[in-house]
Structures are given as C-alpha cells and as structure tokens.
Design a protein. Sequence first.
Length: 287
Amino acid sequence: MTLPPRESPQSCDVFCRVVDNYGDIGVAWRLARQLAVEHVIAVRLVVDDLVSFRKLVPAVDIGAPAQTVEGVRAITWQDHLVLPDPADLVIEAFGCALPDEYQARMARRQRPPVWINLEYLSAEAWVEMHHLLPSPHTTLPLTKTFFFPGFTAGTGGLIRENDLIARRDAMPIADGDEPLRVLLFGYEPAPAGELFNAMARTGQAVACSLVEEEMSNKLEDWRGSQAENALKGSPMLVFQAVPFVPQVEFDPLLWHHDILFVRGEDSFVRAQWAAKPFVWHVYPQAD
C-alpha cells in the first residue's frame, strides 16, 4: 500500500533530559519555541529539570507539573509520565529515551508519528553519512530517524530565527574610541588567568564582561596573584560581572561585544550568527 504524502505536522512533542549545565535544554527550548512561533505548531516540551530551564526562561514555574510558556506547553518529566495523544512529530533530544508507555501509544496511532532523534552538533565528516538514517523499533511498528545538525548541505543545518540577521545588523555600531569589549563565558577549568595576563600585556584598553560566578572567582584569583601594587590589575583593564541572561537576551549580549569566549552547543552556534571573532570553550571530558 502506498501512503499519501504527509501533511505538515500540527503538533510536536519535544523530550529533553538535562544532563548538566544548559546545553540540552538550551537547544531543546530554542527549537520548541521556533516551531511554535514561526511554524505555528502546537508544541509540548517535556523536560526533567525545571531549575535549569528557568535560568533560560525566568517565566518558568519550577513547581508546576504543566504550564504554558511563550506559546509552548511545558510539562515536567516525572516517573510514570502519561501523555495522551502523542503528537504528529516527536523529537527525542540527544537520545534521551522516550517512555515505553509513550512509545506504545505512538504505535497505536492510526498513522504513527514522525519520530526524530535529534543528535548533538558535530562538524565531523561522518555526520553526513548518518544524517536521516532510519532505525526501526525492535518490537513496535515504529521507525526513528537520526537527525544531525551541521554546517553542510548534507546535514540538518542550524537553528536560526527568520529575523535574527536583520535584528543583529540593526544594532548600533560602537564608537571607535571605546575599549575592546570582551565577553567571557566559560567552564570552571578555563585558563582565565592566562587570558587576563594577555590582556594586560597588550597595553590596549579592554572592557571584559564576566558571566557566571566561576569567571568572577577566576578574576579574584588572578588579582590575588599580582604584585601588591597591581592588585586591581592593569589600569587599561576594566572588569564587570554580568548576570546569566535569559535565552532571549543572549544574542544582544553577544552583539554588544567585540570578541566572544563562549561555551556550550547553543552558545557556539549563536556566536557564529553574531559574526564576531570567538573562542569556544569545549566541555571538559575525561578522555
């Protein structure tokens, strides 16, 4: 039997488990919000860590099992979660493993959902060979498709809002007399002291914004290591602690700086859309 072509999905369920930090929920939330806002799809985001989620979206109520945030239905992923009526499109973010009961409901639909396993971003050559490969379920009449974001036409591309470039290009251009503006957003092991030393050696005026307490602690350690008459660092250096901003405010923060030090998958991509020189601090791993 030949099935008719699929219509555009009217509903989508995005499942996300927060492994650590904000990368998983950052990508999942950006995707869910864009599907809801730009594609007018009814989206449910099922996530297991509302504390991390609220860092990105302050409107999130960490005590609510279900809530609507910016047009997305956010549902807390709890044990024995029951979601009636699986969506037309199901996105399993980063191999988080859908609940067995939900998979069974998917199989009982008259027309099974499109089931996507959204993978982590990679620029390696093997990504093109694995993008859109099917993975049939071992016992149910379901097929999961692997979706790899990437930088070439043979991959799934990168998330970008329709108006992003226009908003970026509308930002006022900084005065040439202003200091070099550096944004520092890295993991705790970042060699920030070496960076501060390099800034001091240039003799150039630098205004450095430090995101998160770890970077501010690095600054205090560096200042403490200087000679007594230089405890405050070079007079050409100005440091400012900036708060962890909601995701919707992150792009303007990047645009406001000249050089970016960023961490995490979502920030890595947004630094590229910002079209600024940047350094990506890779997540430290045992291997």
